[in-house]
Ligand binder design. Structure first.
Ligand code: DQQ
Length: 474
């Protein structure tokens, strides 16, 4: 079980949203099934933190109402505290025997602590605009462009590809469709942009804007689009993968004093039965800071607040990595932070083996191809459990290594978060079965490399993170 990442200690969570700061407290809402570790019926969970490290779970914010437009489930949405009272926009879901799933935009009004919410009696937006043949209509994201309010809704155009729909208000309780904000034809280019986009997020960054999209396709990639906002339309300059690993989805963003932050859902990569046996499913990534890199690339780094988790420390310098040899580090653990500066020398690939058993039968391999900048995550041998997902994942995002590569790794039991050169991020879940799958080794292939400097910290969960889990009334 992850120790220093945020999650309730039981039941199911997915999609964070409504990431916002009020006074000195950050709030995070999330999809929560209080009845068990399966998707079930989604409610809105609620948690707060002052330091982005220790979270306190508060009573649930929203539950379905019998006979209401959300009688099926309360799906994802967003919150604004720029008005009084705070407004919460969410997806009301119900199931109609003839029409199937019906998704509408609903509203609730909150108190100053964002703890209790009164549902607005009317449906705000009863469905997608009649003039479009859409696939899906959910996850309203509210934002203000100077003095103009906007609501983005995740959707897709049948036979074409993903689309974000724009709504404008007469007032915050009456919205009209104002056109397609952004869309892309599916099946073009190298990136899977899919048929429908969930959980749009939008924020300014420097002189650009950033749109985050969670693609509703089997590989469920999460994309960033950096571009320019012109009136009611958004034009892309660069599209990339927000995270090149297999398990990050539905990020929630906020701008904290000019610093864009995100937290995302780290999905499970094991069977439903294994999740039920564990008693919990889903976990949130660590908070990440986002910045614009060269050529409008979106760069991810762990939020600086995470250094508070650092406990026992080991460091070393000038560790040679002969080609084809695993160099085991004299430090082990299932909750670690590692920062390594690797001089690539003559190597064609450098990497780390993580959560490795002494006999090497269980291990996860994280590597960087020095000439192409491709980052790979190989979990073929991560677990001997038959129901843990295997495979090799990864990607490139136009990043090319220089002479040195900075690897920054957070290991938290089954959750690995990897950052390369303060640019690329990769999130993956692994489920080693052996208690001694705790080792780390470094390697180089195709020529020798060197770890110029390395720091490893044990992450001190008890001392630093104290996630109190209150009972969720249902
Ligand atoms: N999860 C929610 C939807 C959203 C999806 C349902 C993304 O609102 O589109 O739990 O993971």
């Amino acid at each position: 079980m992850p120790g220093y990442h945020f999650r309730p200690d039981r039941n199911w969570i997915n999609d964070p949203f409504g990431f916002t700061k009020v006074g000195d407290r950050y709030h995070l809402f999330f999809q929560y099934n209080p009845l068990g570790p399966e998707p079930g019926i989604k409610h809105w969970g609620h948690a707060v933190t002052q330091d982005l490290v220790r979270w306190e779970i508060l009573p649930m914010a929203l539950s379905p109402t019998d006979g209401g437009p959300d009688e099926g489930e309360c799906w994802s949405g967003s919150i604004t505290t720029l008005v009084e009272p705070p407004h919460l926009f969410y997806t009301g879901v119900r199931h109609d025997p003839r029409r199937g799933r019906i998704e509408v935009v609903c509203l609730a009004l909150g108190d100053q602590d964002l703890r209790s919410w009164q549902k607005h009696p009317d449906v705000l937006i009863p469905g997608p605009p009649g003039e479009l043949d859409t696939v899906g209509f959910r996850d309203p994201f509210v934002w203000r462009d100077r003095d103009r309010w906007c609501l983005l809704v995740g959707s897709g155009i049948r036979g074409y590809g993903g689309a974000v729909l724009l709504y404008r208000p007469a007032d915050l309780q009456r919205w009209h469709f104002d056109g397609v904000f952004f869309s892309l034809a599916a099946g073009q280019g190298d990136i899977d942009t899919g048929p429908m986009w969930e959980c749009p997020q939008f924020f300014p960054l420097g002189d650009r804007h950033v749109l985050l999209l969670s693609v509703d396709s089997p590989g469920h990639p999460t994309l960033y689009v950096v571009g320019r906002l012109d009136g009611g339309r958004f034009t892309a300059e660069r599209i990339g993968r927000l995270d090149v690993g297999p398990d990050l989805f539905a990020p929630a963003s906020m701008v904290d004093d000019g610093r864009p932050l995100l937290i995302a859902w780290a999905r499970e990569a094991r069977s439903n039965d294994a999740q039920i046996a564990a008693g919990w499913s889903g976990v949130m990534t660590l908070p990440r800071a986002l910045a614009l890199g060269p050529d409008a690339r979106l760069c991810s780094t762990p939020a600086r607040e995470l250094s508070r988790l650092r406990g026992r420390h080991w460091q070393a310098a000038a560790i040679g990595l002969p080609s084809g040899v695993d160099v085991a580090l004299p430090v082990t653990g299932s909750r670690l932070e590692v920062v390594a500066i690797v001089r690539t020398g003559g190597a064609s690939v450098i990497g780390l083996r993580l959560r490795m058993s002494p006999d090497g039968r269980e291990m996860t391999v994280f590597s960087v191809d020095v000439s192409t900048g491709r980052v790979s995550f190989d979990r073929t041998a991560s677990s001997s459990a038959p129901d843990a997902m295997r495979g090799t994942y990864g990607g490139v995002d136009g990043w090319l290594p220089g002479e040195r590569i900075r690897l920054h790794v957070f290991i938290d039991e089954s959750l690995l978060e990897l950052f390369v050169d303060e640019t690329l991020a990769l999130t993956g879940r692994v489920y080693p079965t052996r208690e001694d799958s705790l080792g780390i080794a470094a390697f180089a292939v195709g020529g020798a490399a060197e770890i110029e400097a390395i720091d490893v910290w044990q992450v001190e969960v008890e001392a630093s993170a104290d996630p109190r889990t209150a009972d969720h009334p249902s």
